[in-house]
Design a protein around this ligand. Structure first.
Ligand code: ZN
Ligand code: ZN
Length: 346
């Protein structure tokens, strides 16, 4: 066993604390990564606070991980010592089901192994990226292009792929009109990526406070949805809407802003059901859809795309002792736009 320094949640109601954890020995197909930076995702907070169900404590979270390979197993071919690599939301899958065989391991029929709070192949609970080291099967390790800024790239591994995948699947590109609802960790990357794909992008957010940023990221316009009549004025405007908000929104009003055969894709996850009128879908043949991260192949494609187009997350680098404060600030939407932990401070 290897040991690693980490920051862990001791329970659902206590702050995170420093902890030494064990990592499995490097197996033939494994890569040992010295983690340099780890992003803070809202999912981390939902998980440690058991808002998405019970978990086993202590729990280390973090699924936006970048670092260097420091050791490889005897059968590893994809990565070498010294490579800059990343790990996102999953670290394994069954590899046998039709989805895994088709390269859709994120939709593995028996459920992929999540980077944290998931039962690993050896029966242990996976521990995430707020840590100095992690051991991961090479097939779930991404190559991080050197062109991407090392201390800011981590959020691409969750927030980046979560928005890239639906934009690619619904063909965002020249001539398409895309709306991004909510401009936080996910939304700001959705805007940058959709702009780089060539789409005309509109940001829909509650107030005017992020308007300047939206335009700086390349959006053609910003609409404050809190203003009277704002959504009504957008009827029939968009081919694709990416909804990153994890609170319930009036779905019918948003669906009405789609053009015929347009799609509204949810990547934010409110715990409550989303009420929707069938007529909002029938009239104009519109779709209401969802999307969950992306495959390993697509995640690599996203990283390469971002390197090619000079896309990087907007981040605030913090030391480990500020993680608990950062959680409160994430809950208050008081970050532009993602916290990244410098793991040298663990
Ligand atoms: Zn995440
Ligand atoms: Zn599978």
């Amino acid at each position: 066993m290897l040991t690693a320094k980490a920051y862990a949640a001791p329970s659902a109601t206590e702050p995170l604390v420093p902890l030494t954890i064990e990592r499995r020995d490097v197996g033939p197909k494994d890569v040992l990564i010295a983690i340099r930076y780890a992003g803070i995702c809202h999912s981390d907070i939902h998980t440690v606070r058991e808002e998405w169900g019970p978990i086993t404590f202590p729990q280390v979270v973090g699924h936006e991980i970048v670092g260097e390979v420091t050791e490889v197993g005897s059968a590893v071919t994809k990565h070498a010592v010294g490579d800059r690599v990343g790990v996102g939301c999953m670290v394994n899958s069954c590899r046998e089901c039709e989805q895994c065989r088709a390269g859709n391991e994120h939709y593995c029929l028996s459920g992929n192994t999540q980077t944290y709070a998931s039962v690993d192949r050896d029966g242990t609970i996976t521990q995430g990226g707020y840590s100095t080291h992690v051991v991961v099967d090479e097939d779930f390790v991404l190559t991080v292009p050197e062109a991407l800024p090392y201390d800011a790239v981590a959020p691409l591994l969750c927030a980046g792929i979560t928005t890239y995948s639906p934009l690619a699947r619904w063909n965002a590109g020249p001539g398409s009109r895309v709306a991004v609802v909510g401009m936080g960790g996910l939304g700001h990357l959705g805007v940058k990526i959709a702009v780089a794909m060539g789409a005309e992008v509109t940001v829909l957010s509650r107030s005017e406070s992020k308007k300047e940023d939206a335009l700086a990221f390349g959006a053609a316009r910003h609409v404050a949805t809190g203003d009277d009549g704002a959504l009504e004025s957008l009827r029939g405007s968009f081919d694709l809407i990416i909804n990153t908000v994890s609170a319930p929104l009036p779905m019918d009003a948003y669906l009405a802003t789609l053009r015929p055969e347009g799609a509204l894709v949810n990547v934010g996850a409110p715990p409550q059901p989303l009420p929707v009128s069938a007529f909002s879908l029938i009239i104009g043949g519109r779709s209401l859809a969802g999307s969950n991260i992306g495959s390993i192949r697509e995640t690599q494609e996203m990283l390469d795309f971002c390197a090619e187009h000079g896309i990087a997350p907007e981040t605030e680098l913090i030391s480990a002792d500020r993680i608990n404060d950062a959680y409160e600030r994430v809950l208050n939407s008081d970050v532009r736009y993602r916290f990244v932990i410098d793991t040298a401070t663990l």
